[in-house]
Each structure stands twice: as C-alpha cells, then as structure tokens.
Design a protein around this ligand. Structure first.
Ligand code: SF4
Length: 292
C-alpha cells in the first residue's frame, strides 16, 4: 500500500468500507485471506489491551523519568480543561510509553518509542464513546486495520524510524494513525480519514528525535501523552468538514523529505536538541552511578 488516495478510490469503486478495502489490498498482496488478516489484527488489539492493562498497574521504574501515568489518571478523574476523553487518552499513552521504557511488553505500533499513542486513543474512545456501540471489539479491530494501513503507507512513502526521519516519523506517525482510527470510529468517510491524517502530520512536521541519554524516556514518554491530543483534534476537525489543502499522500511525502533534511545530530543520536542541554548532561552523568 502506497497511497491513501488509491485506497479511497478503491473503497469508492468497490463500494466498500475503508477497512474492507485495506483487507482486500493486503490479501491480494500477500495471498492471505481477508478473514485471516482480520483475525491477526484482532489478536494484536487484544495484545495491546493486555499491555495497557499491565501498564496501568506496573510499578517498574524507568531510569530517568518518574511515573506520570497515575498523576494524569487521577487528574483526569477530577476534571481538567481538555475534557475527559483527551485526558484519559493521555494517561493511557503515558502509562504504556512508561511501561515500554521499563522493559514492559508493548505492541510497537508503529514503533516502541511511540507505542502509547494508539492504545491511548483507541481505549479512551472505547471508554468514552464505545459503550453503546454494537460489537465494539470488531469496530476497534476495523479501526486498527485502518490505522495500520496509514502506518504502512507512511513507511512506504517516507519512514517510521526516528533515526531516519526524526520523531515526526515515530510519534507523529502514531498520532496520524490514531487520528485515522478515531475518524473511522466516529463514522467518518474515507476523505475524512485522509484529512485527519494530513491535519495531524502537518502539525508535527520537523519534530526531531533527541532522546536524553539515548533512552526512550525523555522526551519520548511525554510526547506520547501529548500527541494524542493533536490526533484527536485533527479527527474532530476532519469530522467537522475541515479539509487539508495539501492531500495526505503529499503531506507524507513532505514528511519524508523533511526527515532526510534533519541533521544526524537530531535523528536518534542524542547529539543535539534536548539531549545536549545542561540538565540532560547532568542527568546522564548521574546514570553512571545509579543502580537499577
Ligand atoms: S524522541 Fe526519538 S526515540 Fe523518542 S519517541 Fe521520538 S523518535 Fe522515538
């Protein structure tokens, strides 16, 4: 799969839902039946749910970043400005990203560093908007199929690797995938899904990869907790009928081109950005003496 436009055209031509067009395309490319692919993704969704549940009760420490998920979860229960859905998505994303950094088992969708974003968006949607949805598990699997197609297209046209394209390619791509899933779950058309992807990615273009001490903790964990909001708002914008002037495929191409222009110091080498601030250097020095 290389194009959201082609996928949209296929869905229109064959009068299919977007997830059915993805399954038909994948099935033709791999020789694996659509039903088998659906079951595989359904099992990935279960893995993701199990991981999010484990993450919410895990006490495994990270090396640098103190636990943030419980703070956000407690705050989300009291209110806050951004609304329950965003705050809960953020709490789940922080928990799962922290769980990854503390060697917990996660689903790297699309990457380990950005693994909190999709579960945050999917499971917060389930909690807030999925209660009365018939066959919710099936619907969430369909949304994950749509998100997966977006990830595959980004991988094929640009990259999903922070070392190649900066954090726009990891957390940015994850937020775009989550945005597509939310637009789909909310009953958006193929065009709305594409616009959600384009609007999300446009807001993260140029985001660099500068992990402190080479650990996938800072800024990674908090970026997971923050970018769920960009993806969710982009999905709402798309559902409101707001379109991206630049189509999704071209935004993805621009993301790839920008990624190639980012200097190596800002592509996962920890030789620039936040990773070389005085505080980061002090923290990294302290790591040498800290026992796990
Ligand atoms: S900053 Fe780098 S290592 Fe951290 S999540 Fe982003 S791309 Fe991954």
């Amino acid at each position: 799969m290389r194009s959201l436009l082609d996928l949209t055209k296929l869905a229109d031509e064959l009068d299919m839902y977007l997830h059915e067009a993805v399954l038909a395309t994948d099935s033709e490319a791999t020789g694996v039946s659509s039903d088998e692919i659906f079951d595989l993704i359904s099992s990935r969704l279960k893995d993701m749910r199990r991981s999010a549940e484990e993450a919410s009760s895990s006490n495994n420490p990270c090396r640098l970043v103190p636990k943030t998920g419980p703070l956000m979860r407690a705050y989300s229960e009291k209110g806050g400005m951004c609304g329950g859905f965003i705050l809960r998505a953020s709490a789940i994303a922080l928990e799962v990203a922290t769980y990854n950094a503390s060697m917990g088992r996660i689903v790297a969708a699309p990457t380990a560093g950005s693994c909190g974003i999709l579960p945050g968006m999917l499971f917060a949607w389930e909690e807030f908007y999925g209660k009365d949805v018939a066959d919710k598990e099936r619907k969430l699997t369909e949304a994950l199929i749509v998100a997966g197609a977006v990830g595959e297209i980004i991988a094929n046209r640009a990259t999903l690797a922070g070392a190649e394209g900066g954090c726009q390619a990891e957390c940015g791509a994850a937020a775009a995938m989550g945005s597509a899933a939310l637009a789909y779950l909310q009953g958006g058309s193929c065009e709305a899904v594409s616009n959600a992807v384009a609007l999300t990615l446009k807001s993260v273009l140029g985001l660099v990869c500068d992990p402190v001490g080479g650990l996938v903790e800072s800024p990674c964990i908090k970026r997971n907790g923050l970018l769920v909001s960009v993806g969710a708002l982009a999905a709402d914008m798309a559902m409101a009928g707001i379109t991206s002037l630049i189509p999704a495929d071209e935004v993805i191409d621009a993301m790839g081109q920008i990624g190639r222009s980012i200097p190596p110091s800002l592509r996962e080498t920890s030789r620039g950005g936040l990773a070389v601030t005085p505080t980061a250097k002090k923290l990294v020095k302290g790591l040498g003496t800290k026992k796990r």
